[in-house]
Design a protein around this ligand. Structure first.
Ligand code: SPQ
Length: 429
């Protein structure tokens, strides 16, 4: 366990940084690269712990993957070329790895055992297990497959039409990945639109996907072809510096090449509504839209966030909660009960940790209520609780707090942003 002294009470943030590659897209580029025929070259890959877990799982399935920092070459085996692993696949802390892998493994003619860390052991898997069993896979695990360790015995899959009970890109993607191996057409109907990187990537690798409102359909037995993927910067990582610059006086920060996929960019709309000064310059992109974001300090006001906006900013809610402590008036975050089943129960961890700094924040059944503006200060030990997004939110909270602050389990940040503290220091100098 790493305990890290945090920088507190800063004057301003200035400068520009290149945000590391998007975690969701990095995972998928390795997965599709492995399932495609031929070679895939990935640039600006995120070498965070979660994406490295995905690489390690595919190597155990017989896929040759060369990774040097942000450059990755995947020598694809096609859907029929994966090998039965000699060992259990360890997904570490990564929900995306385990849920999408299950969709892939459901169609493979062998049995695979899957484990993860203690946090993965508490995250619900029935949401993926149920549709994959309907398609014909045999899945067993603790509590009838609700939790890891899990094993997946793949089969020849039947296509299904499946209405998702929760808005989840991971469940949608698992079903689509299984659907690509099924005999016929598989559809997923979403309650609200979620991130569509899987759909975009099917097309980028030469496959076909049909979208009709909230219904997404793929046909089975498609052949995917290896390609070049340039991963844009992760808006979920950029969000920490967008918030930091907006909250600290006389700040101006430029974040280069950030992914601006509309299914992920809810944070920009919310911050604009709060009064943030944000300017976006679009850049050319292949597969995924991207741009440079300039953000300056400004006066902020409270907002209400809920409904279909939630899946578009679900991972940014911890940092939005911090931002709300610096906004005038009340911020209400609702319809976000999914936060309870992330790396931690993010409703409880956000409220509990920000209270240590004096924030006026109340957890609710499906979100948070925050009243601002509060000057933050404290001396109690802060904790990431092993959750990267909580760790980064607290490091940004410290920047605007008075007092001497330390963060325990700071190593969790490596899951999605190993360069995070270097970038904080870069913007302070
Ligand atoms: O991979 P993991 O651990 O689930 O990561 C998180 C995160 O904060 O980085 C969630 F805890 O992001 C998910 C996100 O919340 C990544 C993701 C994806 O790549 O498809 C989709 C979202 O999860 P879900 O459950 O809504 O599908």
């Amino acid at each position: 366990m790493d305990t890290k002294k945090l920088q507190t009470d800063i004057q301003s943030l200035k400068g520009s940084i290149s945000i590391p590659g998007d975690k969701s897209i990095s995972h998928r580029s390795v997965m599709f690269g492995a399932l495609a025929e031929g070679e895939t070259y990935i640039s600006n890959f995120l070498p965070g712990a979660d994406c490295l877990s995905t690489i390690s799982c595919f190597r155990k399935l017989g896929v040759d993957i060369q990774q040097e920092g942000r450059n990755v070459r995947v020598y694809g085996k096609g859907f029929k070329g994966l090998q039965a692993p000699a060992e259990t696949l360890d997904v570490g802390n990564s929900g995306t790895t385990i849920r999408l892998m299950m969709g892939i493994l459901a169609g493979q003619p062998f049995k695979t055992n899957l484990v993860g860390d203690a946090s993965i052991g508490k995250r619900p898997m029935t949401r993926v297990v149920k549709p994959l069993r309907e398609m014909g896979a045999e899945i067993s695990g603790r509590n009838d497959g609700e939790f890891t360790p899990l094993s997946v015995q793949g089969a020849s899959l039947k296509p299904i039409s499946y209405e998702l009970p929760v808005a989840s890109a991971q469940v949608k993607s698992a079903i689509l990945l299984a659907g690509l191996q099924a005999d016929g057409e598989t559809s997923v109907i979403e309650p609200e639109a979620t991130r569509d990187h899987t759909e975009r990537m099917i097309e980028q690798f030469g496959g076909t996907v049909r979208r009709n409102g909230k219904k997404i359909t793929v046909s089975g037995n498609q052949m995917l072809k290896g390609t070049n993927v340039h991963v844009p910067g992760d808006i979920s990582s950029a969000a920490f510096f967008m918030a930091a610059a907006a909250m600290t006086p006389e700040s101006e920060v430029i974040l280069n090449n950030v992914g601006l996929n509309p299914t992920r960019s809810g944070i920009i709309e919310v911050m604009k509504e709060m009064g943030a000064d944000i300017h976006i310059e679009d850049v050319q992109s292949q597969g995924e839209p991207a741009g440079h974001i300039t953000i300056r300090s400004s006066r902020l006001k409270g907002v209400t966030i809920g409904g279909r906006l939630i899946p578009r900013l679900i991972d940014e809610i911890p940092i939005i909660a911090l931002l709300a402590t610096q906004a005038e008036g009340k911020t209400v975050i609702k319809d976000a009960a999914e936060l309870k089943v992330k790396e931690t129960n993010r409703i409880d961890t956000v409220a509990g940790e920000l209270k240590k700094l004096g924030a006026d924040i109340q957890p609710t059944d499906d979100g948070l209520i925050i009243r601002g503006q509060t000057k933050l200060s404290g001396s109690e030990l802060l904790s990431s609780h092993g959750d990267h997004r909580i760790g980064m939110m607290l490091a940004i909270a410290a920047l605007i707090s008075k007092g001497e602050l330390e963060l325990s389990h700071a190593e969790a940040i490596d899951v999605s942003y190993p360069q995070f503290f270097d970038h904080v220091n870069q913007l302070l100098n």
